[in-house]
Design a protein around this ligand. Structure first.
Ligand code: GLU
Length: 434
């Protein structure tokens, strides 16, 4: 079983989506189920309805999963297993309050050392623990030996006991900390492979250690994906970068299929540049992902998006654009010579169907042509249409084509009118009248 474990604490961004996509691909390749685990234990940071938004995005990207679970629903297991760890002396009740811990933090800071718990409550006797009438947290005892693991992408890691420390697993309010809840849930769900961002790499030894002290023997494979950097600043894409938000990319008119394609392509060696997720499942090799950070390049995404728009079914494209006509889908494809996104195509179509009042420099010619076209004589080919207009108006060359282009497209330049005309000929009245 694989899992994608988003926190409902912010917008879904490209980093999360890449993790979700890779989990989807691997679950298909390994023929194992994928579950979505909403990590909602940090109540203060949860944002209302973010879980629904995340699931909607997963559906939009055709990421198939077996079921959705909410981490907060496993609270009783988190608490039960914490008590088990206390009774086996692998964890202990810690009465140290925030004031004392802040003081320890300050001392560590002054000494330019990393903060570590001083072990004060580790050896309290059971009797004393029962006597103390104060809130307590539960800490896992610092390990006795190093925690080692191999990341399938990044290689071997070896953490010393000091790196792990005696860390809190249940807070004063008896809610689990992130590392603890994650370790328990991955164990209870029998997860085989964890794919997540490399910002979680330093959490992994703590999670492995929790399962070790619970004597869970199954080894979980880890794959930590390198960060995605902003190509301009060279810094990690943050939630503040618009381009990293999936909602923003969709609003900008990028197709889910193209975004998914781009995220698989990013920092990867692939047999081709343009593909669907279904195709990628056949050849994708997670080990071929670059170990170093990848740069998010929106111009490359625009290129991939255009390629997907070139091959999309024309009726579907027309529906996405608010029509239901194959010719409008074909027309949009003609405009791909100067547009790369749905938003840009929409603005081209809006111009075609927009009100055209006058054509600067060709005001009279514009009116003449408009009146002739409104007579609604129908011509199948652009050559016949053009010849008829020229004959009726006496116009030719620039005086014919400049106002005609403006009248038909609302723009002063663009694709050949001979390519556009056959696709809009059924709408001429509407286009010219408005
Ligand atoms: N909830 C974590 C996040 O959204 C992911 C944790 C994990 O995959 O283990 O970053």
């Amino acid at each position: 079983m694989l899992r994608f474990a988003p926190s409902p604490t912010g917008d879904m961004h490209i980093g999360n989506l890449r993790v979700a996509i890779f989990n989807h691909i691997l679950s298909k390749q390994l023929n194992e189920k994928l579950i979505i685990r909403i990590e909602d234990t940090d109540k203060k940071r949860n944002i209302k309805n973010k879980d629904k938004e995340i699931l909607e995005i997963l559906n939009l990207f055709s990421i198939e999963y077996d079921r959705v679970i909410y981490q907060s629903e496993s609270l009783k297991y988190h608490q039960k297993l914490a008590m088990q760890l206390v009774s086996t002396k692998k964890a202990f009740a810690c009465f140290c309050g925030d004031d004392k811990l802040d003081e320890l933090r300050q001392i560590a800071k002054n000494e330019k050392k990393p903060f570590r718990y001083d072990g004060f409550c580790q050896n309290l006797s059971n009797e004393l623990v029962l006597e103390v009438n104060a809130p307590f947290s539960i800490r896992a005892k610092q390990p006795q030996s190093n925690i080692k693991f191999t990341d399938l992408l990044k290689g071997d890691f070896d953490y010393k006991p000091f790196d792990i420390d005696s860390f809190i697993i249940l807070r004063h309010d008896k809610t689990p900390t992130y590392n603890y809840a994650c370790a328990i849930d991955d164990m209870l769900l029998d997860i085989s492979t964890v794919i997540r961002g490399e910002d979680h790499l330093s959490n992994t030894p703590k999670q492995i250690y929790i399962r070790d002290i619970l004597e869970y023997k199954t080894k979980i494979n880890y794959i930590h994906l390198p960060m995605i950097l902003n190509a301009q600043s060279g810094k990690k894409m943050s939630k503040r970068d618009d381009e990293s938000s999936i909602r923003w990319l969709i609003e900008e008119g990028f197709l889910p299929s193209a975004i998914a394609n781009y995220l698989v392509l990013l920092g990867n060696k692939t047999p081709c540049e343009v593909f669907t997720l279904e195709e990628a499942i056949k050849w994708f090799d997670i080990k071929s992902i670059s170990k170093s950070a990848a740069k998010f390049d929106i111009s490359k995404l625009r290129f991939v998006n255009k390629k997907h728009l070139e091959i999309i079914d024309e009726i579907r494209l027309s529906k996405i654009l608010g029509f239901d006509d194959k010719d409008i889908g074909k027309l949009a494809k003609v405009y791909l010579e100067e547009a790369s996104t749905i938003k840009e195509l929409k603005s081209k179509l809006n111009l075609i169907f927009s009100k055209k009042l006058l054509c600067v420099g060709f005001e009279d010619e514009f009116d003449t042509l408009k009146n002739i076209i409104l007579k609604e004589k129908y011509f199948n080919s652009f050559i016949e249409f053009k010849a008829y207009l020229s004959k009726e108006s006496g116009l030719k060359g620039k005086s014919l084509f400049k106002p005609l282009r403006y009248l038909l497209t609302g723009a002063n330049d663009g694709p050949n009118l001979s390519d556009i005309y056959p696709l809009i000929k059924n709408y001429l009245g509407e286009i010219v009248k408005c």
